[in-house]
Design a protein around this ligand. Structure first.
Ligand code: UD1
Length: 375
C-alpha cells in the first residue's frame, strides 16, 4: 500500500512526524509532498530535522501569495505529482491552504482522500482555516477525527458514515518529545534570563488578529502591559504586519524572540506560567503540559481545553486580566487520546484501502462505514 501525504505549513510538519514513523513501523510506502507554503527554515527545515521526518520526496516550491493564487498554484502542481505516484490514499492534514489544494486535486483525480484532524469547527466562516476544513471534510472519503466533539460536528453535517475517531496525533508527538527533553531545556532562561514560572509565552499570527492595525495594536499594547515578562515568538506574518502597520513589538513587558524549533517550544511552554496565543495547536499543547492558556480569539476548535478550565477565550481588552488569573484545578482528563493515534490512522488506512489506486468506489470506500471509535 502507498500513502501520499501532502503538507506545507508548520503545524502540518508536526502532525506528519508520527504518521511517517507509524508508516515505517508498519512497512508501508509513504510519499511526502511539501507544497512550499512555509519556506523559512525556522518554519520548515528544523521541523524535519528535529522530528526526524524523512526529507520530502517532492517539493512544489509554491511560496506565499493571495489565497486563490497560492491554492491554485499548489493544485496545478499537485495534479502531476499525485498522478505520477499513483497512491492508494492521499492524506491531508488540518486546515491550511495546502490541505484544501491537495483535497481538491485528489478527489478530482479520483484518488481516495483521507483527512486527518477532521471535524474541527470554529463556526467562524471569516477564518480561512474554517473554510479550508469544511470543504476538505466534505470532499474526503475518510474522516479521521481527533475527538468525539469533532465526530459530532461531522455527524451534524451528514458525514457520520465516513468518520473514525482515532485520537489526536499532536498528542503522540508531544508525549514523545517531552519524554526526551532535559529538565532545564528552556531557551527562554538561557537567552533572556527569565526563570521558570516567571514569564508568559505568546504567539500571535492569525489573519483576524494581524490584518487590522487597530486590533493588532490593542493586542501588542496589552501584551506590553502584563504585570510579568511576556516572550513573544514572532511568526513571519506578525513581523510583516506589525512593520506595515508601524507597530513596534518590543517594549514594556514584551520581549521578542524568533520562532523556536519544536522541542524548544515545548520546553519553553512547559516552563511558562501561562501561554497567550491564537494558535490552535499551542492551546492544546498548553493543556497537555498543564500550562494555563489565554486564547485571543472569539472561538476555539479545541473546546475541551476551555471546558476543563485550562483555556479562556478573550477579546484583546480582556487579555491582561486573563493572563494573571490563578491556576485552575488540576485534571487527569485525556480528551485528546493516549498518544497512539498515528498507529490507528495507519491501520485504518490499510484496512480500508480499496486495493487498486485510482479506483474510486461509490460509496467512496466500497464499505458501509459507520461512525467508529478506536479510542
Ligand atoms: C498558515 C495557515 C494557518 C496556520 C499557520 C501556521 C492558511 C490559510 N493558514 O498561516 O492556518 O496556523 O500557517 O504557521 O493556510 N511567510 C514567510 N515565510 C514563510 C511562510 C510565510 O515569511 O515561510 C509570510 C508570508 O510572506 C505571508 C505570511 O507569512 O506574509 C503568511 O503566510 P501563509 O503561509 O500564507 O499563512 P500563515 O499566516 O503562516
Amino acid at each position: 500500500m502507498k500513502i501520499l501525504s501532502v503538507v506545507g505549513a508548520r503545524p502540518q510538519f508536526v502532525k506528519l512526524s508520527p504518521i511517517a514513523h507509524a508508516c515505517e513501523r508498519a512497512g508501508i510506502e509513504h510519499i511526502i509532498v511539501h507544497t512550499g507554503q512555509h519556506y523559512d527554515p525556522l518554519l520548515s527545515d528544523v521541523f524535519f530535522e528535529d522530528l526526524k521526518i524523512p526529507a520530502p520526496d517532492e517539493h512544489l516550491g509554491v511560496g506565499s501569495g493571495s489565497h486563490g493564487k497560492q491554492t491554485g498554484d499548489m493544485m496545478g502542481r499537485l495534479d502531476d505529482v499525485i498522478t505520477a505516484h499513483d497512491p492508494d490514499w492521499v492524506l491531508v492534514y488540518g486546515d491550511t491552504n495546502s490541505t484544501l489544494a491537495a483535497a481538491v486535486s485528489a478527489v478530482k483525480l479520483h484518488y481516495p482522500l483521507a483527512h486527518l484532524e477532521a471535524g474541527l469547527r470554529s463556526f467562524n466562516r471569516a477564518m480561512p482555516e474554517e473554510i479550508n476544513r469544511v470543504l476538505t471534510d466534505h470532499a474526503a472519503d475518510l474522516l479521521l477525527a481527533p475527538t468525539d466533539v469533532a465526530a459530532d460536528h461531522l455527524a451534524a453535517e451528514g458525514l457520520a458514515d465516513r468518520t473514525v475517531v482515532v485520537g489526536d496525533v499532536m498528542t503522540d508527538v508531544l508525549m514523545n518529545e517531552v519524554a526526551a527533553l532535559d529538565d532545564d531545556a528552556s531557551p527562554i532562561t538561557e537567552k533572556l534570563g527569565f526563570e521558570p514560572d516567571s514569564y508568559s509565552l505568546a504567539t500571535i499570527h492569525r489573519a483576524e488578529n494581524t490584518d487590522s492595525p487597530e486590533r493588532l495594536k490593542t493586542i501588542i499594547d496589552s501584551l506590553q502591559s502584563v504585570d510579568h515578562p511576556v516572550v513573544i515568538l514572532a511568526h513571519p506574518r506578525l513581523v510583516a504586519k506589525a512593520g506595515q502597520h508601524g507597530i513596534t513589538l518590543e517594549g514594556g513587558s514584551l520581549h521578542v524572540l524568533e520562532s523556536l524549533p519544536y522541542p524548544q517550544l515545548l520546553a519553553s511552554a512547559r516552563s511558562a506560567r501561562g501561554i497567550i496565543t491564537d494558535s490552535g495547536g499551542l492551546q492544546k499543547e498548553a493543556f497537555l503540559l498543564r500550562t494555563p492558556c489565554t486564547t485571543v480569539r472569539p472561538q476555539t476548535e479545541w473546546v475541551e481545553t476551555v471546558e476543563l478550565g485550562w483555556n479562556v477565550l478573550v477579546e484583546p481588552s480582556g487579555l491582561v486580566a486573563a493572563a494573571t488569573r490563578p491556576r485552575p484545578a488540576e485534571t487527569d482528563e485525556t480528551p485528546y487520546g493516549d498518544g497512539q493515534a498515528a498507529d490507528r490512522v495507519v491501520s485504518v488506512l490499510r484496512d480500508r484501502a480499496t486495493g487498486k489506486s485510482g479506483d474510486r468506489l461509490d460509496p467512496p470506500l466500497g464499505l458501509p462505514l459507520s461512525r467508529e471509535s478506536f479510542r
